[in-house]
Write a protein of this length. Structure first.
Length: 366
């Protein structure tokens, strides 16, 4: 019995000694509507938020009162914050155009970066980010809400197992009623509907989800062609950007249709995979339906009600910390990965160019 107790004590001591110290995280920007994810995160041992950069003092004070952080950790510039608190990593929650500026400031100092989707506003900026990450050996992750969906993982698993046969068509729909209609903050709306600061409207805001998932599902395949059409159905709310798009991706033996929109009557992020034997419908984060063909139009259907993803995949900041600490190695073309999001940006850039020119864009496949 004494031997068992001694072994248990040694085991728990080894856990304590091997536990990584909290990652010192700086937050750059507070204008993104998703910033509440980090500001409201329960205190955990993996991350310690040590600094915030925000030039809009009124916004910082308002969020300080809402989420309880001290204004003492709010700085007016990245240089000031980095010198004062020396963060290990940065989470970007400002406009998308600033992602390159953030990486340019962080990378030479060995500071890792996680940005909100998409990686950049242009492919050119994305390539510059990639070069900086490689040169300075830092992690640059891109966070998508759909990364936490257990249904997407299950759908891809059913595909890989051959349950629905060979993949032939994918339909991915993402969006909501529109930023103004759902009541995003004025600070968020200001850049979200600015083509320079956001890269576009719905085509970038929600088109990136489908491009990201397709790159993951196909294990990094670059589509042969990209064809996109955009519309502006709410000119009174989105005068400077598109608010509805359809993007068609063709591959050697399959096709994907991405439908990003700020005109869906109900918010959605869903995916449908169609194979030679059946189909998988990833309806939302927790519900998935599997249909297997029987004859011409008959089918069997099974519904799966799934839990949240296992740790650390249920929390993007836990993923970020574990990747930095070397406790988690992302598989090739994982949805967070830089290699995935470079292809995602290649698809988005082609989609924007296609919509502007009214032509199909052929992509070069390395």
């Amino acid at each position: 019995m004494k031997k068992l107790i001694t072994l248990l004590i040694l085991f728990f001591m080894s856990i304590g000694y091997s536990q990584d110290p909290p990652l010192k995280l700086g937050v750059v920007g507070l204008t993104h509507g998703h910033v509440g994810w980090i500001l409201s995160r329960e205190v955990q041992s993996d991350i310690n938020m040590v600094g915030i950069v925000e030039t809009n003092t009124e916004l910082a004070k308002r969020l300080s009162e809402e989420f309880g952080f001290s204004m003492d950790i709010v700085f007016s510039s990245m240089d000031e914050m980095i010198k004062a608190v020396k963060p290990d990593a940065i989470a970007a929650f400002g406009n998308i155009k600033d992602h390159l500026i953030i990486v340019q400031a962080a990378a030479p100092k060995g500071i890792h970066v996680m940005v909100e989707k998409p990686l950049a506003t242009t492919l050119e900026d994305a390539l510059k980010i990639n070069n900086l990450a490689k040169k300075h050996n830092i992690q640059v992750l891109t966070n998508y809400e759909t990364s936490w969906y257990e249904t997407n993982v299950k759908a891809n698993s059913l595909l890989e197992q051959g349950t629905i046969g060979e993949l032939r068509k994918v339909i991915i729909r993402d969006g909501h009623k529109g930023p103004k209609k759902i009541g995003v903050s004025n600070e968020f709306l200001e850049w979200l509907t600015d083509p320079e600061l956001n890269g576009g409207g719905a085509i970038t805001d929600f088109g990136c989800y489908g491009a990201n998932l397709m790159t993951w599902i196909t294990k990094g395949q670059i589509p042969n062609t990209v064809t996109a059409v955009t519309q502006q159905l709410q000119p009174e709310n989105n005068p400077n950007v598109d608010d509805d798009a359809t993007i068609i991706l063709t591959y050697d033996n399959k096709m994907a249709i991405l439908e990003p929109s700020w005109n869906w009557p109900i918010g959605r992020k869903d995916m449908e995979l169609y194979g030679t034997k059946g189909a998988v419908y990833s309806d939302n984060p927790t519900q998935l339906r599997l249909r297997l063909s029987k004859g011409y139009s008959d089918y069997t259907e099974e519904t799966f009600l799934l839990p949240e993803r296992d740790k650390p995949y249920d929390d993007p900041f836990s993923v970020f910390a574990n990747v930095i600490n070397g406790n988690l190695i992302l598989e090739p073309f994982n949805v967070y990965s830089l290699e995935n999001n470079l292809i995602t940006m290649q698809i988005l850039q082609a989609a924007i160019n296609s919509a502007k020119s009214g032509t199909t864009i052929k992509l070069e496949i390395n």
